[in-house]
Design a protein around this ligand. Sequence first.
Ligand code: GAL
Length: 373
Amino acid sequence: MRTTRMSRVTAAAALAALLAVSVTACGQEARGGSRYKPAGGKGGVIGLAMPTKASERWIADGENMAEQFEKAGYETDLQYGDDKVENQIAQIENMITKGRRLLVVAAIDGSALTEVLRRAEDAGIPVISYDRLIMGSEHVDYYASFDNERVGELEARYIVDKLKLGKPAKGASASYNIELFAGSPDDNNTTYFWNGAMKVLKPYLDSGQLVVRSKQTRMNQATTLRWDGGTAQKRMDDLISKNYGEERVDAVLSPYDGISIGIISALKSAGYGSKARPLPIVTGQDAELASVKSIIRGEQTQTVFKDTRKLAAQAVKMGDAVLNGRKPEVNNTTDYHNGKKAVPAFLLDPVSIDKANTELLVREGYFTAGQLR
Ligand code: GAL
């Protein structure tokens, strides 16, 4: 599917853009030190390659970026890859052929873009990696994301606090059953979420206060290809039927709302959700509307809010700077190594949400009060 948005640039703005081009074209190397020789100034089309429309967050990410790039004086070419790697590669190739000035990419498979990004490099088109780090390519200029390890920490910390586990202690009387889910194995974020969560959970797993009855404690046993809720539901069905007879599941670490919804469906089919057998703690991520409503209903327990408007704004600021020979603002230059280089990153702060603070989403204007009713 292809959506090209053309901004309504007034004649005056077009003239201003033209002037800006001629002013910035000379001297941008000196000011920004960029390895590109961008035409400078505003105008031109930005290619936005997003992974899927199956999740509302990526729809919002794409639309927010398109809107904000247009406000900043650019046009946009917004494409969704339908979670198919070959679609995304073809879309990016097309953007390169069409001479897009900048590519902003949220990869479906973080390691599948090396070839196509080489073509972008040959064409002198800068690349910003959006939310998910693109792996194995020198040609990733900047990365805009959230503190991904912190996301995992927030989920795990929530479980530990809710179960009132206190400090990890060998021989503590109470022990609880937990099952662990991870994201898509081809998404670099998956490891960060997992490591962040494990940093918090491991001492409790070691002390025996948390028990994984399935014994599936390694990330590669817990991943969920393409973050698919149906896949997570099947795995949870299986975990329950093989490991939980009389025993109860007390908590499930879930790294994404779509996965949480699948897990909750499996739990309900197995009889959870009654007074006698309440649903376990189920974490999540993205504050998607269905999950926030589920939290308000008392089903999903927690999610992590990552304001897509702020992430879009960051990517737009970065893009505008790169195109005009300025150095974008970054706050992390070491932690996001893609196998070829440490990609300079700007990381935003994620926020934990549960029933007690869903109104924050209304206060921030992320949802209306009506949407949450
Ligand atoms: C991750 C992203 C998460 C979630 C997930 C599934 O890369 O960081 O916020 O959206 O993909 O879409």
